[in-house]
Design a protein around this ligand. Structure first.
Ligand SMILES: Nc1ncnc2c1ncn2[C@@H]1O[C@H](COP(=O)(O)OP(=O)(O)OP(=O)(O)O)[C@@H](O)[C@H]1O
Length: 565
């Protein structure tokens, strides 16, 4: 156990691991205290690490790879019989590191975790860049996944939202490119060495920026798939499967070292959200890419915060010598996020709850999730009528790319307090400042819920998530309520015993969102209605003549007044 003196350090390090918690404790005030840590090391590990770490040399294409030290490389410096004793001690330490950081692994000969960025295994400039961006030590997923990637192992990795998975693959890829480009054959560049796939363009750009950040001052060229003229000289490309499939014929993949599939459970999705016959799903696109990345050196790494059994099964069956690493329990919400489930009765009730929240208990910026772009428009109109006004923006697939970028920049700079968004923004998005996630419309799956609320509470920060539900959500709320209860937060007791929906219906709501009452602000709604009525009136007037029309409309108005009394 860490000593009391270390408490302060541990607080800042609470990041990346979910620990066991009492199931029913209401933790509204204490969330996160014991939940997440960046990295915890057992006492004495530094001695072992420092005392006997040794350079390792691995042959690849006739050259040495970067020399690095790891916990595994311990040897008795004097060649004494103590070796066995030392190895046992080392094995115990490694076990302890994994236990304390909830690192679970599966597969043959898993390398020991890398406990420090300060290691000759990484180029100095990379380590300097990482530190310059305020990252002091690897998170649990980084410790284990980086070690596996540095050993060029095919990998399936799962760790909570906001726990640093991006750097877990970015750093080894950069290190590998730097190493490879020292070889004569590769020195001029122009050979594609890595591909990273993301489900949306926003995430691709976000990951691309991470690459730029961490490869500053190094000879690494990164491009997104939107920059076609840059592709020919790129060492790494980042993009969506759809775009990559289009560009595959123009790319040479024979030098490829890494295909990284981020948000891998999403990219295995076999459901097309669009109507029509020839809509390619993410899975079919991924299949095409996977087949194309069949070069001699190509390794695959799959990352996600949620673990689908289907992905795991597929990887185990298709990849020889696969390694799996999982941080903490599978498919649980980030425990740095305080979670609330609020019954609002009706759609109108949600608006009242939201208004009260803004007036009384609001710590911006917030992401407000709705189930569709129509709902986003409706809520936008409500925001536009809000007094006092809240600076807001909207992102849905309808928005132009410039508007999406402007909205995200607005949240980053603090100008936007509430971002109304659809599922498009539910995954991967890293806006560290976000304090609050509001599920205005109930997420339809646990996976969706985990990713949405994971937009807050990132990198060890605290976050809050509020989920509204109404009478029409009774059929769907139970799984979400169970996840919240499991994380140690209170939920209305009856939500845990509501009847779950049938499997068939589950698929249906994935395709067609739940029908909900319009929440557009009356002013906008009335303007629209008045416009329609006026156009209809003009049309009627021209068809049936002004007098007949006048008499008819008086009668209709009279009936309307009588009925609405
Ligand atoms: N070792 C670290 N220490 C502190 N902060 C870190 C560390 N590694 C990454 N971060 C920061 O944590 C934040 C979240 O990282 P990242 O976006 O990689 O999370 P993720 O695990 O991919 O989350 P998600 O599953 O939601 O996509 C980023 O702002 C990143 O800069």
């Amino acid at each position: 156990m860490p000593s009391a003196g270390n408490e302060e350090i541990l607080k800042t390090l609470m990041f990346g691991v979910k620990t066991q918690k009492p199931r029913t404790k209401n933790k509204t005030d204490t969330a996160g205290e014991d939940a997440l840590r960046i990295r915890i090391l057992p006492e004495g590990i530094q001695d072992i690490h420092g005392e006997s770490a040794k350079n390792i040399v691995v042959e690849d294409e006739g050259v040495d790879i970067l020399k690095g030290h790891r916990l595994t490389t311990i040897e008795n410096p004097h060649g004494f019989v103590k070796q066995q004793e030392q190895q046992d001690k080392k094995a115990e330490m490694i076990k302890e590191v994994r236990r304390m950081n909830a690192i679970l692994t599966w597969g043959d000969t898993i390398p020991d975790p890398i406990i420090d960025f300060d290691s000759p295994i990484f180029p100095d400039q990379l380590v300097q860049n990482i530190k310059e961006f305020g990252i002091k030590e690897p998170s649990p997923i980084q410790m284990q996944a980086m070690a596996l990637m540095m050993e060029k192992r095919d990998l399936l990795a799962c760790a909570p939202t906001g726990s640093g998975k991006t750097l877990a693959f970015t750093a080894p890829i950069i290190a590998e490119i730097v190493r490879i480009k020292k070889l004569d054959k590769y020195s001029g560049g122009g050979k594609l060495l890595s591909i990273v796939l993301e489900p949306t363009r926003e995430l691709a750009v976000q990951t691309y920026r991470q690459f730029l950040k961490f490869s500053q001052g190094l000879e690494v060229t990164v491009a997104t798939l939107d920059e076609q003229e840059e592709l020919a000289k790129a060492d790494v490309i980042v993009g969506t499967p759809k775009k990559l499939v289009e560009l595959l014929p123009s790319l040479s993949l024979k030098w490829l070292r890494w295909l990284v599939v981020d948000e891998s459970d999403r990219l295995f999705d076999n459901i097309s959200n669009k109507k029509g016959k020839n809509n390619e799903t993410f899975r079919s696109q991924l299949g095409t890419i996977y087949k194309a990345c069949n070069g001699k050196w190509a390794k695959k790494a799959f990352f996600s915060a949620t673990f689908s059994q289907e992905v795991e099964k597929w990887c185990k069956e298709s990849i020889v010598s696969l390694a799996i690493v999982c941080i903490g329990e599978r498919n649980v919400a980030n425990s740095n996020v305080v979670q609330e489930l609020v019954y609002t009765g009706s759609e109108q009730g949600k608006l009242i709850a939201l208004r009260n929240l803004f007036l009384e208990d609001f710590n911006p910026p917030a992401l407000v999730f709705v189930q569709s772009k129509d709902r986003a428009r409706q809520l936008e109109s409500w925001f536009s009528s809000l007094k006092p006004a809240i600076p807001y923006a909207i992102i849905s697939s309808d928005c132009r790319q410039e508007d999406r970028d402007a909205a995200l920049n607005g949240v980053r700079s603090g100008k936007i307090w509430a971002l109304v968004c659809t599922e498009l923004m539910g995954r991967g998005l890293d806006l560290p400042a976000v304090n609050l996630v509001i599920n205005f419309d109930l997420p339809t799956t646990i996976v969706q819920y985990i990713h949405r609320i994971g937009r807050t509470g990132r990198a060890g920060r605290k976050g809050r998530a509020i989920t509204y539900f109404t009478q029409s959500d009774f059929k769907y709320v139970r799984p979400i309520a169970s996840v919240i209860r499991q994380a140690g937060f209170s939920v209305p007791e009856y939500t845990l015993s509501l009847n779950p929906i049938a499997r068939k219906e589950k698929k249906e709501i994935y395709r067609h969102a739940i029908k909900r009452k319009n929440i557009a602000a009356p002013r906008v709604y009335n303007d629209f209605r008045n416009m329609i009525i006026q156009q209809g009136n003009t049309y009627l007037e021209t068809i049936i003549g002004r007098d007949t029309y006048g008499a008819a409309s008086m009668t209709v108005m009279g009936c309307h007044l009588f009925l609405s009394r």
